[in-house]
Each structure stands twice: as structure tokens, then as C-alpha cells.
Design a binder for this molecule. Structure first.
Ligand code: RUG
Length: 800
């Protein structure tokens, strides 16, 4: 199938379209338009072209009766979409010039767009990268999620402490979605089960409506666009008129308020247990609406429901949509009258599951009372699935129905024809740990698909200086075929080219410094090493290891202030789950340390620390191109993959990291000599935990660590409350589950190696550039091709 490249658009055409939308879509004359009006008008002008690709793509998929991929995810961290659209349509110059002709600044208009934060972190951002790659590859696909009114909370600091405020992306006008009042499904909860004449009927007690909102996601060069369909909860019975007529206005509005709760807030965590019932309701709401939609589309094009797996691939992004297994079986068996075994086989043929964590607290499990109360028929079906599975496989140590729980990881595994991990190491560990028994029973089921990131957003758009240099050097073929970055290697041997690479990095650092001075009121030295750790706050990610090492460095600098230190700016950003007290304490500690270090006249020009508030996609796009050193320092075996690690390497930062997640593969690709490795391996970690008083032993062996910990414990950074961080020091010196103390000495060594390398710019730049040249494998296009081939049996409708 050959889909033509969309026609080119001239600056004048775009300018006229902007003015037309300004006047006739928003009722504003140019002379009276504000920034938001210009942003909306430009977005609509761009959206028109995206819509054209979208209609063509949907038409092709319908005509061909194509197999569709359905990506079910509770999170899509899409960030801003305007620049994405402009870049993918190849309209950057035209948009810049058209706005200039209208007296507007392109960058200012783009920066007005709210950052849609409908996700917590890596899992949600991965889903967003996947949607873009699916469109780039011309694979017919839908993302299904929830249209949260409030995405991830807005973070600020007060006295160094994290303060959470609701995020309000929908309060500003949002240009990208199309409301679909006709795509409305009634979703039930609770109630009774009736068994009559061999049939089972579920009579829910309560209902809400799921209404669709569609956002087109355009791929590279605008050849194809898929749909992100987000469900919003509405009251089935919106208004209680009798209550209103009685004068009870609060009761009258209650149905609407209750229903809306379901799509009101993103579950504020990616790893800890909270908000149980509402969360399960959200999960079922998404799944039930998506499955009805999928089946409605299938029924329009095909008549034999047994063909479902040939036409429908449903990817469960983590266990969050795992109830899709029982719900699909229920529909096929109870509503469409297929025999139970066959219903299960068909469902399994459609479903596959991605596991993103081995952390036991993040593997969802529901008490059967809660699950059965909300989804009584699904509880029965989970039992039937479990029995059917274990009839053939009598050993039950990893049953989904142990301890009066419904274990969603096991349920997902049993209901999926393929289960994938997100990095080579993580996939192997899955086989050895959480799913060891199930893997033994189904040795062909687990496959690996190492994560990737879209090069359009994470290099081409976010780093125009570097991407411009790359295109000048090897042409623009790399944008759709990232492994072609390897063609840069000969140029890297040329000193003049390396200088240009360095100049791009330096200019990005100057931009960031200026932005930080304007936004945070802190001036930093752009010639210092920019050492960056940006990610969710979690003990396993070990931001506390980083700050301890920074404290130790500061102490050494004070011992010998005139020694030849490598100046460093240590940058942090990341949100802690509101209920995760220890993670929030680490944020406060970092802010307290920053206050002391940044004010120290002896070291302030050599070592600065900054925690940037409200980490989001837009901030990542600003920080990553300016980073020299990428901190990927999780306890080995805990980070499933990471994707930030890939973005940094692609943008020419060197990694300091452990052999964890995709770090292992990054190191293999960029070369061991271009990566600062330290720390225990996953199996060392298991062994080390068995050593009695391992932390105390590590502290005793390393006076630097002992001194840094003593400063934390003794109130050096909290003079107004000396014991504020005693528990942090106790944690590290005590159980130290994440082995901060045991990895400290090696981390210090690797950090000093990084310092020494940075003092030799010629070598550093070469290594950094090789990181860019050799990171092409980490494109999400490669990952999606892997899913299409190994899991979905889906194809592209674009010719090469
Ligand atoms: O923590 C993992 C990351 O290692 C991974 O890169 C990302 C995407 O695969 O998913 C993250 N994750 C895991 N987010 N939420 C969970 C909990 O299930």
C-alpha cells in the first residue's frame, strides 16, 4: 500500500489558515488576539493537515479490513502536541515565518501550550512514544486511556518541601481533541448475577457513561495518523430532577459529581498502594469502554467473532487494564454465547501483556471482597480461568487466586498469548522471579521488547542544534531510521566537527542556565559539568545516593579548596507520590543541601545543586539536550528499563550507571569505554543483602561515606531542626534495602573518573558524540517493529 506524502504547505497558505481560524473558529480579529488565541489558531491550522492524514489512514485501514493494534494504558504522558505536529509535518520554517509575518514569536506561541500530564512517568511516556512510532510506521492503531480532568499534580516547594496542587490542563483551551458524543458506552459496576437456563446474566447496580474524545497522533512526514481515544465519565442519569424540584440542589447534582469522579484524577502513583476502589473502577471503566468500542468496530467489518484474533491485537500496558481478560471472556461467553474454553482461547489470541516492574508493591492485587463487590461476574470468571489453567497444570504456587486475592500479574500472564519485559535484563529476571512457575509452564510466552524513545521528539525537536548538525553531516534519513546515526562516526574523528558538536552542547547549556536564572533565580556556570538526575522520586532510583556523594564531594572540596576540582552543577527534578513520605524527605534533604552548598563562598563556584520543581515532559525536553552526565544509578535489578537513560545518551550525555534495566544494553551499544559503570550487579545485590550489617560494614570501610552521613545526621543541612534527617541516615546505616551504603564507594570512584574525563574536553566530546552515534537502536520505531512482528502480527500500510 502506497500512501502519498502529504502536499507541501507554503508559508502564505499557513499564515492565511492561522488568520482564518483566529477570525472564524475563535471569533477574534488579529489586532485583538492574545497569546492563547494565536496558539489555538496555529494549532487549528496545523490540526487541519493532521486531520487530512488521519482521514486517509482511517480510510485505508477500513478499506483493507486491517488488523488494528489497541494499546490500553491508564497513562499517556503526551506533553505538548503542537511542536510534535509541526515537526512531523515538516512545517517548522513555514510556521515560524507565518507567525513572524503576523508579528508573533514562534517559540513564545509554542510555549503557551499546557503540558498534558496524563501519566506518572516512564510507563506513560513510553505509551506516548509508542503511539507516535505506530503512526510513523503506518500501523493501524488506537491508544485507549482515560481523559483525566486533572493529570499528575503540580509540584512546588515551600521551605524545601514538596507541595502538591491540582494540575488543570483542561482549564486552558486544548486544541487537539474531538468530542465524540456518539461513541458512548454505558459501564456497569456491582450488582447481582442471575443464572437462568444455563446462561449467566450480570445486572450491575450502578452505571456511568463513557464518552470518547479523540486526539489524532501524526507520524513522521504526516503520512499516517492514528487515534488516541480517551474516555470521559459522565452520569448516565445526569440530573436528579425530583430532588431538584424538592429544593435539594446538592442531591440533584450528585449523580453527575459521582460519575465524574471516575475520570477526575490520575492515580497519583506508579508504585505504591492507594485509592483502592476508585482505582479499580477506573481500570474497569477504561477496559469496558475500550472493548465495546473494539468489538463495535470489528462487527462493522467482519461477521465471524472467531476471527477476532486475526483482526484485533490488544496490548495491556502493565496490569492496570488486566481486567480486560475476564471482561472479554464474559462478553464472548455470556453475551455472544461462545463456549467458555473457546471464549478464553479467542481472548488470549487477542491479548498480550507488558510487565514494567518486578517491585512486589507495584504488582497489583485486589482483595476478592473489593473485586467481587465491584465486578461480581468477573470474579467468577477469574476463578474459572484459574481452574481451567491449572487443570492442565496442577502445581499452583503462582496462582492468580491465592490468599483471597485476585493477582493481576498472574491473571494477565495466563490471559495473554505473549508477555513481554522491557529490557533484556528485566525480561530474564521476570523468568527467574515473579513468573518463574508460569514461565516453566509456558516457556514460549515471555519475550523481550527493550523500550525505545521517539527520535522526532527526543532529538529532532528538542535539540535543534544537534539535530541540525547531524542532518548537515549525514542527511535527514536518520529521523526515520535512527541506526543511521552510526554514519556520524567518521565525522567524530574530525576535530573541527567535534568542536561543532561541543558548541551545540554549550549553547544548550547556556540556554538552560539563562532559563534557570530567569525562572529559579539561580545563576550557574555553563562551563561546569551539568550532572542530571531527572525521574520519579523513589528509593530504588537512589537520589539519596547522589546527594550523599555530592555532600562528600563538598566536604573534600572544603578540605582542599585550591585543588583542581571539576566544577559541577548537580541538577535534580522529579515528583514524589503524595503518600510516599521517605521520597518526599529526600526532596527536602536535596533542597536543604542545595541551600547550604550554593551559599558556601569557598565552594559555590565549583559545586552547585539545584532541584527544579514540577518535572514534566517539557522540562525534560529542556534539560536533556543540556546534560553532560546522565545519572542512572538504581539498585541493580530494580529499574525495569528506563527510557530517560536512552534520551540522554542520544543527546550526547555520558551515563554514570549501574548494570540495571536498559543501562546494560546502552553500555553494550555505546561501548564500555564511553560509560561510567559502577556498583553491584543484580545477583551481587541478592548476595549482599544476606551479609549481616552490610551497611554498617560499608560505612566503616569508607570514611568519606561516614562523614557525609554524619553531616546529614548531625543537622549540617537542617540547623533549625537538627534531627530532621536522622531517620534518613538511620535508614542508610541500618536495613539499607536499596544498598546505598554498599554502592557508595564505587559510585564515588566512577564520579571521580567522570570528573577526570571532563577535564580533558577533546576526549569527553568524542565519547559524548559516540553516545549519540551509537544510540540509534533505542528508537521506539525499533521497539514497535518488534511488537508488530513478535507479538501483534500486525503490518504497516506504508511502503518503504
Ligand atoms: O519503572 C519503569 C521503568 O523502568 C520503565 O522504563 C517504564 C517503561 O517501561 O516503566 C516504569 N514503570 C513501572 N512505571 N510504572 C511502573 C509500575 O508498574
Amino acid at each position: 500500500m502506497n500512501i502519498a506524502t502529504p502536499p507541501q504547505v507554503s508559508t502564505n497558505t499557513l499564515r492565511d489558515a492561522i488568520v482564518r481560524h483566529l477570525c472564524y473558529s475563535f471569533g477574534r480579529e488579529p489586532d485583538f488576539a492574545g497569546l492563547e488565541d494565536w496558539r489555538m489558531a496555529l494549532s487549528y491550522a496545523i490540526r487541519d493537515h493532521i486531520a487530512d492524514s488521519w482521514f486517509r489512514a482511517a480510510g485505508t485501514a477500513r478499506r483493507e479490513g486491517a488488523k488494528r493494534v489497541y494499546y490500553l494504558s491508564m497513562e499517556f504522558l503526551i506533553g505538548r502536541l503542537l511542536e510534535d505536529g509541526i515537526v512531523n509535518l515538516g512545517l517548522v520554517d513555514q510556521a515560524r515565518e507565518a507567525l513572524a509575518a503576523l508579528g508573533q514569536d514562534y517559540d513564545t506561541v509554542l510555549a503557551d501550550e499546557p503540558d498534558a500530564a496524563l501519566g506518572n512517568g516512564g510507563l506513560g511516556r513510553l505509551a506516548a512514544c509508542f503511539l507516535e512510532s505506530l503512526s510513523t510506521l503506518g500501523c493501524p492503531a488506537y491508544g485507549y486511556g482515560i481523559r483525566y480532568e486533572h493529570g499528575l499534580f503540580r509540584q512546588s516547594f515551600q521551605g524545601g518541601r514538596q507541595i502538591e496542587a491540582p494540575e488543570t490542563w483542561l482549564l486552558q483551551r486544548h486544541a487537539w481533541e474531538f468530542e465524540r458524543p456518539e461513541a458512548l458506552f454505558r459501564i456497569g459496576f456491582g450488582g447481582e448475577i442471575e443464572e437462568t437456563g444455563g446462561k449467566v446474566l450480570w445486572h450491575p447496580a450502578e452505571h456511568v457513561d463513557a464518552e470518547a474524545y479523540d486526539t489524532p497522533i501524526v507520524g513522521w512526514q504526516g503520512k499516517w495518523a492514528n487515534t488516541l481515544r480517551l474516555w470521559s465519565a459522565k452520569a448516565s442519569d445526569p440530573f436528579d430532577l425530583p430532588a431538584f424540584n424538592r429544593g435539594d440542589f446538592a442531591a440533584a447534582a450528585q449523580p453527575e459529581a459521582l460519575a465524574r469522579t471516575i475520570s477526575r484524577v490520575l492515580y497519583p502513583d506508579d508504585t505504591t498502594e492507594q485509592g483502592r476502589e476508585l482505582r479499580l473502577k477506573q481500570e474497569f471503566f477504561l477496559v469496558a469502554a475500550a472493548l465495546r468500542d473494539i468489538l463495535a468496530r470489528f462487527d462493522k467489518e467482519h461477521s465471524d467473532i472467531r476471527k477476532l484474533p486475526e483482526k484485533v491485537a490488544i496490548q495491556l500496558n502493565d496490569t492496570h487494564p488486566a481486567v480486560a481478560g475476564p471482561e472479554l471472556v464474559r462478553i464472548l461467553h455470556d453475551e455472544r454465547s461462545l463456549p467458555f474454553e473457546e471464549a478464553m482461547e479467542i481472548a488470549r489470541g487477542c491479548l498480550s501483556y507488558t510487565n514494567h516492574t518486578l517491585l512486589p508493591e507495584a504488582l497489583e492485587s485486589w482483595g476478592e471482597d473489593l473485586f467481587g463487590g465491584l465486578l461480581p461476574r468477573h470474579l467468577q470468571i477469574a476463578d474459572l480461568i484459574d481452574n481451567a489453567h491449572y487443570e492442565a497444570n496442577p502445581s499452583r504456587t503462582q496462582s492468580m487466586r491465592a490468599d483471597h486475592q485476585v493477582k493481576m500479574g498472574q491473571l494477565s500472564f495466563v490471559m495473554a498469548h505473549k508477555v513481554n519485559g522491557v529490557s533484556a535484563l528485566h525480561t530474564e529476571l521476570m523468568k527467574e522471579t515473579v513468573f518463574s512457575e508460569l514461565h516453566r509452564l509456558h516457556p514460549e510466552r515471555i519475550v523481550n521488547q527493550t523500550n525505545g524513545v521517539t527520535p522526532r521528539r527526543w532529538l529532532l525537536a528538542c535539540n535543534p542544534r544537534l539535530s541540525g548538525l547531524i542532518t548537515e553531516t549525514i542527511g535527514d534519513g536518520w529521523v526515520a531510521d535512527l541506526e543511521r546515526l552510526r554514519e556520524l562516526e567518521p565525522a567524530i574523528e574530525d576535530a573541527a566537527w567535534r568542536e561543532r558538536f561541543d558548541a551545540a552542547k554549550r549553547a544548550n547549556k547556556v540556554d538552560l542556565s539563562n532559563w534557570m536564572a530567569a525562572e529559579q533565580g539561580v545563576s550557574v556556570n555553563p562551563d561546569a559539568m551539568f550532572d542530571v538526575q531527572i525521574k520519579r522520586m523513589h528509593e530504588y532510583k537512589r537520589q539519596h545516593l547522589n546527594i550523599l556523594e555530592t555532600i562528600a564531594l563538598w566536604q573534600e572540596m572544603k578540605d582542599a579548596p585550591n585543588a583542581d576540582w571539576t566544577p559541577r552543577v548537580v541538577l535534580f527534578a522529579g515528583k514524589a507520590a503524595p503518600g510516599y513520605a521517605f521520597a518526599k524527605d529526600i526532596i527536602r534533604l536535596i533542597n536543604d543541601v542545595a541551600a547550604v552548598l550554593n551559599a558556601d563562598p569557598e565552594t559555590g563556584d565549583k559545586l552547585q545543586v539545584l532541584f527544579l520543581p514540577n518535572y514534566n515532559v517539557t522540562l525534560a525536553e529542556r534539560l536533556i539536550p543540556a546534560a553532560d552526565l546522565s545519572e542512572q544509578i538504581s539498585t541493580a535489578g530494580k529499574e525495569a528499563s528506563g527510557t530517560g537513560n536512552m534520551k540522554f545518551a542520544l543527546n550526547g550525555a555520558m551515563t554514570i550507571g549501574t548494570l540495571d534495566g536498559a543501562n546494560v544494553e546502552i553500555r553494550e551499544h555505546v561501548g564500555a569505554e564511553n560509560f561510567f559503570l559502577f556498583g553491584m550487579t543484580a545477583s551481587d545485590v541478592t548476595e549482599r543483602r544476606k551479609v549481616e550489617s552490610h551497611a554498617a560494614k560499608a560505612i566503616e570501610a569508607d570514611p568519606r561515606l561516614a562523614r557525609a552521613l554524619q553531616a546529614v545526621r548531625g543537622g549540617t543541612f537542617s540547623p533549625d531542626e537538627v534531627d530532621r534527617y536522622t531517620h534518613v541516615a538511620d535508614n542508610i546505616a541500618g536495613a539499607d534495602y536499596f544498598l546505598v551504603a554498599s554502592d557508595f564507594t564505587e559510585y564515588w570512584r566512577a564520579s571521580r573518573e567522570a570528573d577526570a574525563a571532563f577535564r580533558d574536553p577533546a576526549t569527553w566530546i568524542r565519547k559524548a558524540a559516540l553516545n549519540t552515534a551509537r544510540s540509534g537502536w533505542f528508537s521506539s520505531d525499533r521497539t514497535i517493529r518488534g511488537y508488530m512482528q513478535d507479538i501483534w502480527a500486525a503490518r504497516s500500510y506504508l511502503s518503504d
